[in-house]
Design a protein around this ligand. Structure first.
Ligand SMILES: NC(=O)C1=CN([C@@H]2O[C@H](COP(=O)(O)OP(=O)(O)OC[C@H]3O[C@@H](n4cnc5c(N)ncnc54)[C@H](OP(=O)(O)O)[C@@H]3O)[C@@H](O)[C@H]2O)C=CC1
Ligand SMILES: O=C(O)CCC(=O)C(=O)O
Ligand SMILES: [Mg+2]
Length: 404
């Protein structure tokens, strides 16, 4: 049963019993998604005294879909997500070097989920490879539909690759070695500006001090370099009153006018070391697709690993929540993986519905469970004196702590 979320006056109108499509996923997906559902159901029931309830609608993708329908990503799954507006998914396997294209990327592209939003925060008690993990409070806005990630590529030696090489040689006098694989890196003004607009809007709404444009524009001048230019233009066009550039701050004797958000940019390689050495200088990061993929796993490591790394893929309304990590195949069906990432993705989903009180209950209970040193294998192996529990038992411990 359940009722549909609808859009009214450009806002989500959320019933008390929204239907939320859920893809259980491959590998560790089913284990962590069951744990997520258990936790969200308990928190929603507690926060709203039984007045609200999520009605989960299982939809198929990946191996489960193929086994049943001979399709990896059935059209009905995409239609169900579009129709119900908010969904959550487990990770899906992508073969390397051939085979099907990434289903995860296909979902983002098909639904135009243009912003991949990945917050990185520290939970006290988690052992981290850095000295002051508590200084890290970042949120990555990764462009989610373009870049080399868009999957426009041809294998070396195919007629298509040879044709592109020949075209480039003949028409543009560019030499590429024979027998090269070819990939295309499209980055547009449209894609960049809507992403940066969302990142700055988030910074304004959440009182964040800065938005950093992360790019490799010294080398890839007309893709990542243009990302930087268009990013600054987006700030100027959409938020001229609310933002100031780092250069303007310098010209202003280093003073930041009250409430203004500083827009700055950093080369991608440099930013990887800056977030390690001076994390307090960074807050919201906006970046093209591939940089965003890399920096989100690297930042997750700084706060203890991929077990506590949530995320969301968001368009103007439709949103699909998912963890940053993948299917971790060696832990599939072992009740071992940390469900923390997808549970925190569920917290993002609850916030998106406007059910923040339920989300806050979960965040507090998760923090408490870690402080009690009840953790899954990934955190336990780094902590001393911790109790190692399975995926399901970790979720049960969180649920127990909801009540306290
Ligand atoms: N959005 C998606 O659906 C994504 C899908 N993928 C896909 O997933 C598959 C596997 O990719 P892979 O490179 O192994 O990356 P994964 O993120 O799946 O796993 C890499 C390692 O990270 C650690 N890890 C990941 N998730 C958890 C968790 N929940 N709890 C504890 N530790 C965790 C494990 O480390 P350790 O071994 O040290 O314990 C694991 O071996 C590939 O097919 C890839 O394409 C990848 C990323 C995103
Ligand atoms: O689609 C995949 O298999 C990998 C995607 C990924 O690593 C990511 O989106 O972070
Ligand atoms: Mg990734």
């Amino acid at each position: 049963m359940g009722s549909k979320i609808i859009i009214q006056n450009a806002q989500l109108a959320v019933p008390n019993d929204p239907v939320i499509p859920v893809i259980m996923g491959d590998g560790i997906g089913p284990d962590v998604m069951q744990a997520m559902r258990l936790t969200l159901d308990a928190a929603v029931a507690q926060a709203f005294g039984g007045q609200k309830k999520i009605e989960w609608l299982e939809v198929l993708a990946g191996a489960a879909a193929f086994a049943k329908t001979q399709e990896w990503l059935p059209r009905e799954t995409l239609d169900a997500i579009k129709e119900h507006i908010v969904a959550i998914k487990g990770p899906l396997t992508t073969p390397i070097g051939g085979g099907i294209r990434s289903l995860n990327v296909t979902i983002r592209q098909e639904l135009d989920l243009y912003a991949c939003v990945r917050p990185v925060r520290y939970f006290e008690g988690v052992v981290s490879p850095v000295k002051r993990p508590q200084d890290i409070d970042l949120i990555i806005f990764r462009e989610n539909t373009e870049d080399v990630y868009s999957g426009i590529e041809w294998k070396a030696g195919t007629p298509e690759a040879d044709k592109v090489i020949e075209f480039l040689q003949k028409e543009l006098h560019v030499n590429i070695r024979a027998n090269s694989g070819i990939g295309i890196k499209p980055i547009s003004a449209f894609g960049t500006k809507r992403l940066v607009k969302k990142a700055i809007a988030y910074a304004i709404q959440n009182h964040k001090p800065s938005v950093t444009l992360m790019h490799k524009g010294n080398i890839m001048k007309f893709t990542e370099g243009s990302f930087k230019e268009w990013g600054y233009q987006a700030a100027q066009e959409y938020f001229p009153q609310e933002t100031i550039t780092e250069q303007e701050v310098a010209d202003n004797g280093g003073k930041i006018p009250d409430g203004k958000i500083v827009i700055k940019d950093r080369l991608a390689d440099s930013l990887f070391q800056q977030v390690l050495l001076r994390p307090t200088e960074y807050s919201v990061i906006a970046t093209p697709n591939l940089n965003g993929d890399y920096i989100s796993d690297a930042c997750a490591a700084q706060v203890g690993g991929l077990g506590l790394a949530p995320g969301a893929n968001i368009s103007d309304h439709v949103a699909v929540f998912e963890a940053t990590h993948g299917t971790a195949p060696k832990y599939a069906d072992k009740n071992m993986a940390n469900p923390g990432s997808v549970i925190l993705s569920g917290v993002m989903l609850l916030d998106y519905l406007g059910w923040q009180s339920a989300g806050q209950l979960i965040t507090d209970a998760l923090a408490k469970t870690i402080q009690q040193k009840i953790v899954t294998y990934d955190l336990e192996r780094q902590m001393s004196g911790a109790t190692k529990v399975g995926t399901r038992e970790f979720a049960e411990a969180i649920v127990k702590n909801l009540a306290c």
